[in-house]
Design a protein around this ligand. Structure first.
Ligand code: PNS
Length: 159
């Protein structure tokens, strides 16, 4: 049984993340989507809200599970019998840092990292840009799943 993890902040999950998660689920027995709970970084949605949204938008994919983690991703991998981290690479600009993290994680814990190329439809997409456009009235339909769009409106209107 090959269990992999897609880790991230997912604040909020975008259609680019979902594309990688669903493609990873076709290639592995189980995919754990691990939401980083980082109290030192301010986020629009709490870790519990991000988990709830991810559970809702992945409920149709039976081999995807959603969890929360803090600390090191390699410790989460060890504790959950996960052999590899799956990451999406959007552009060359992602490469340097992702490569550094992948090599550190392998060096420290022997955890592999598998890179998938992002669907070009989502190459420009990030959670930060979705939040910024939504905050200033931009149309982000098509960039994030419906539960995110709904909650973005509620959260940003509520201020
Ligand atoms: O969505 P993000 O914020 O780009 O995801 C980054 C994330 C959560 C995958 C990365 O920061 C991470 O793995 N953080 C956990 C802490 C850790 O293990 N740091 C060492 C990485 S070599």
């Amino acid at each position: 049984m090959i269990r992999v993890v897609c880790p991230g902040s997912f604040d909020p999950v975008t259609n680019g993340h979902l594309d990688i998660i669903s493609r990873a689920a076709k290639l592995h027995d189980e995919v754990v989507v691990a939401v980083l709970r980082n109290p030192s970084k301010s986020s629009l949605f709490t870790a519990d809200e991000r988990v709830e949204i991810l559970a809702e938008v992945t409920k149709g994919i039976s081999n995807v599970k959603v969890a929360k983690f803090d600390g090191l991703i390699v410790d989460f991998c060890r504790a959950n019998d996960i052999s590899a981290i799956v990451k999406g690479l959007r552009a060359v600009s992602d490469f340097d840092y992702e490569m550094q993290m992948a090599q550190m994680n392998y060096n420290q814990a022997g955890v592999e990292t598998l890179f998938m190329t992002t669907n070009p439809l989502y190459a420009f997409l990030s959670s930060s840009l979705v939040k910024e456009f939504a905050r200033f009235g931009g149309d982000v339909a098509g960039l994030a799943p419906d539960p995110v769009l709904r909650r973005l409106t509620e959260r940003l209107v509520a201020g």
